[in-house]
Design a protein around this ligand. Sequence first.
Ligand SMILES: Cc1cc2nc3c(=O)[nH]c(=O)nc-3n(C[C@H](O)[C@H](O)[C@H](O)COP(=O)(O)O)c2cc1C
Length: 183
Amino acid sequence: MMKEYPLAKVFQLIEPGPVVLVATEYKGKANIMTMSWLMPVEFEPALIACIIGPWDYSFTALSKTRECVIAIPTVDLAAKTVDIGNCSGKDTDKFKTFGLTPVPAEKVKAPLIAECLANLECRLVDATLAEKYGLLILKAVKAWHDPKRKERRTIHANGDGTFVVDGRTLDLKKRMVKWPQFI
Ligand SMILES: Cc1cc2nc3c(=O)[nH]c(=O)nc-3n(C[C@H](O)[C@H](O)[C@H](O)COP(=O)(O)O)c2cc1C
């Protein structure tokens, strides 16, 4: 039997993932924020839509520099990932506080995060809906991953402080007849 569900919590039913970290560099200072609202928009160029609130210091940094790195943490970094999303670069050096290692990127000033599974160097290519929705379209211009990393399970937000950790992998490659390029 269906029960009414609060509209304000609809996003929790369709929450995308994984939870990521967004690294920026603004006025010589590197910063990180946590972000769970993102989705792929295009394969090539690799476009990613994300929602970043204008109250976030990272929003200012990204708007001004038009560059960032999307770093993908795994479950071993889950607690740090949440803590990074509960303080601001306005008054906290998050790389130092959370013991993360900034690594120079190749195409953007924002740093990669060494401890993450993957890092995407991104340019902000469309902010026309930023004022209305906080929607920013990023283009990944260089991507990195750590193929030797043992822990590879990413985390997915339920939107209420609980998270789903990657679990069993279903191999349905044989059924992907329309998409051989992704196999
Ligand atoms: C699990 C989690 C997910 C979050 N997702 C987003 C998001 O998608 N967009 C956003 O604007 N803020 C999100 N936040 C909040 C920011 O990470 C938070 O406001 C952070 O303090 C901003 O840091 P800054 O001021 O240094 O940029 C999230 C926080 C947590 C803990």
